[in-house]
Design a protein around this ligand. Structure first.
Ligand SMILES: Nc1ncnc2c1ncn2[C@@H]1O[C@H](COP(=O)(O)OP(=O)(O)O)[C@@H](O)[C@H]1O
Ligand SMILES: [Mg+2]
Length: 223
C-alpha cells in the first residue's frame, strides 16, 4: 500500500515564559493509504501535539510533514489552513460544534468553508450511515453526546478528506455511545477506505486499529 501521511523527525518545543517545554523530541511515522492507526500513551506524552501537527493546526519546531507528495508542516498559517480544509478531517473529544447552528448547519458550514460544492446524495448517505438523519434540525444542546459526536464525524467527512484525525473521540462518552462511535469509525475505514489516525486508550485501540503506536515523553516507543 502507498504511504498517505508521513512525519520525519518532528520536534515541538513550547515556550512557556523562560522555560522551553519539549513536547515532541523527534517523531517519525508513516500512515498508509487506507490504514487505521491508533496512538496511545500517558497524558502529557505529546499525543495531541503530534495530531495537531498532522492536522496542519500547529507548525512543528523542526522536521517534515507530508500528505502524499505535498509537504505542509512548515507552511505559513495560511498554507496549512488551505491544506487542512482540502484534505484533512478532525474530530475532537469535546465535539466543538457551533451552538447556534443545528446539526445540518454544522455540517454544511464545514463544507462551505472547504469550498466543496453541495452533494445532497453524499450528505444523505453520510447522515444515514451515522444515524443522524432524523436529528438534523436539532441544535447541539438538544442532542445527546453520542449524537453530537456523530454530527462531528459527519462534519469532519463532508469534504471527503484524505486523512481523518481523531483526538480521544470517545473521551466524553459513556460506554454505549463510545462503542457506537468506534464501530462507525471502523466501518468508515473498512467499507469506505477512510484513512484514520486516532488517539485513544489501549483497549479501544487494540480492538479496531490495524496498528497501535505508543508514545512516551515525546517519542514513539516500543510497547
Ligand atoms: N499550547 C501549549 N503550550 C505549552 N505547553 C503545551 C501546550 N500544549 C501542550 N503542552 C505541553 O506539551 C506536552 C505534551 O502535551 P500534549 O501533546 O497535549 O500531550 P497528550 O495529548 O499526550 O496529553 C505536555 O507537557 C503539555 O503540558
Ligand atoms: Mg491530548
Amino acid at each position: 500500500m502507498s504511504v498517505l501521511a508521513r512525519a520525519e523527525n518532528v520536534t515541538k518545543v513550547y515556550p512557556v515564559g523562560q522555560v522551553k517545554v519539549p513536547a515532541l523530541r523527534g517523531v517519525s511515522l508513516e500512515i498508509a493509504d487506507g490504514e487505521f492507526v491508533a496512538l496511545v500513551g500517558a497524558s502529557g506524552s505529546g499525543k495531541s501535539t503530534l495530531l495537531h501537527i498532522l492536522a496542519a493546526l500547529t507548525q512543528p519546531t523542526s522536521g517534515r510533514v507530508f500528505l502524499g507528495e505535498a509537504e505542509y508542516g512548515m507552511l505559513s498559517d495560511g498554507g496549512r489552513t488551505a491544506m487542512r480544509r482540502r484534505s484533512i478531517g478532525i474530530i475532537f473529544q469535546r465535539f466543538n460544534l457551533l451552538p447556534t447552528l443545528d446539526a445540518r448547519g454544522n455540517i454544511e458550514i464545514a463544507r462551505e468553508i472547504s469550498g466543496v460544492p453541495a452533494e445532497p446524495e453524499y450528505f444523505n448517505r453520510l447522515a444515514g450511515l451515522l444515524g443522524i438523519g432524523e436529528r438534523l434540525g436539532h441544535r447541539p444542546s438538544q442532542l445527546s453526546g453520542g449524537e453530537q459526536q456523530r454530527v462531528a464525524i459527519a462534519r469532519a467527512l463532508i469534504h471527503r478528506p484524505k486523512l481523518l484525525l481523531a483526538d480521544e473521540p470517545t473521551g466524553n462518552l459513556d460506554s454505549k455511545n463510545s462503542q457506537a462511535v468506534l464501530d462507525l469509525l471502523q466501518r468508515l475505514n473498512r467499507d469506505f477506505g477512510q484513512t484514520t489516525f486516532m488517539i485513544t486508550h489501549n483497549v479501544e485501540a487494540a480492538a479496531i486499529a490495524h496498528r497501535v503506536l505508543h508514545m512516551r515523553d515525546g517519542l514513539l516507543v516500543d510497547a
